[in-house]
Design a protein around this ligand. Structure first.
Ligand code: PXP
Length: 248
């Protein structure tokens, strides 16, 4: 059976980081999203953090009206943000853990440890017609808890693999990501992946089976400084075309 095409969701948070650094009205988030789309992105992702350090409420509302591909909203399980999601209605929500002092999302969501609260939010979002994904470590306990929560998707946290410089850590995490994706698929979950992916480490990510979407942000926006946003998206898209469904 032919593999379904691996899709690219571009996270444009750091376009907003540039704007927030000076409190300007530029660069335009809509223009950024449109350029990503025209360069082949199959989804646009933004993270509305509780501290609003980059994406603002108005960005999510404006993008909802102007983005032609699925809009994926990353968010913590915080009542105020869940209320916004249910009002704005992104196509998808990816629930992530959030700590105010962190530089970026650190670690996966502890679904097993907060199963009642997470299941309740999953149901609320799904009742509003939103597809729900849970950002978790490739860990059997968490994957099983994600399936039990009723979420359709998990997003496997690839940060440990991508950020490590230690071969033994990378090898072990590579195996965990492959096993985690297989286990999730056996449980009927759809599988996305993201965090820390760049043009140098993507080859190992493409070994993961059952992938639907890769969500990639920082490396694309950083590369865009040199080659422009459309070229940066195109280069990642081309690299992803090597996906053959991972190891079998
Ligand atoms: N997926 C999730 C759930 C994330 O929290 C992030 C970071 O916002 C990403 C993907 C993208 O990670 P990066 O910016 O390192 O590509």
């Amino acid at each position: 059976m032919a593999n379904q095409k691996l899709k690219l969701g571009v996270n444009i948070d750091h376009v907003a980081t540039l704007r927030q650094a000076r409190g300007t009205t530029y660069p335009s988030m809509v223009k950024a999203a449109n350029l990503c789309e025209s360069a082949g992105a199959e989804g646009i992702t933004v993270h509305l953090r509780e501290d609003r350090r980059h994406i603002q409420d108005a960005d999510v509302r404006t993008l909802r009206k102007s983005v032609g591909v699925p809009l994926n909203l990353e968010m913590a399980n915080a009542e105020e943000i869940v209320d916004i999601a249910v009002d704005v209605l992104p196509d998808e929500v990816c629930m992530v853990p959030e700590k105010r002092e962190e530089l970026t999302t650190e670690g996966g969501l502890d679904v097993a440890g907060q199963s009642a609260a997470i299941s309740q939010t999953v149901k609320r979002l799904q009742s509003a017609g939103i597809v729900v994904s849970l950002f978790i470590e490739p860990d059997e306990l968490q994957i099983r808890a994600a399936a039990d929560s009723g979420a359709e998707y998990i997003e496997l946290h690839t940060g440990t693999y991508c950020d490590s410089m230690v071969a033994a850590v990378m090898d072990a995490e590579h195996d965990r990501l492959i096993a985690g994706a297989r286990f999730a698929s056996e449980l009927g979950l759809k599988v996305n992946a993201g965090h820390g992916i760049n043009l140098q480490n993507i080859a190992g990510i493409l070994d993961i089976p059952h992938l639907d979407v890769l969500n990639i942000g920082h490396s694309i926006v950083a590369h865009a400084v040199f080659v422009g946003l459309e070229n940066a998206v195109r280069e990642m898209r081309v690299a992803m075309n090597a996906y053959n469904g991972g190891q079998s």
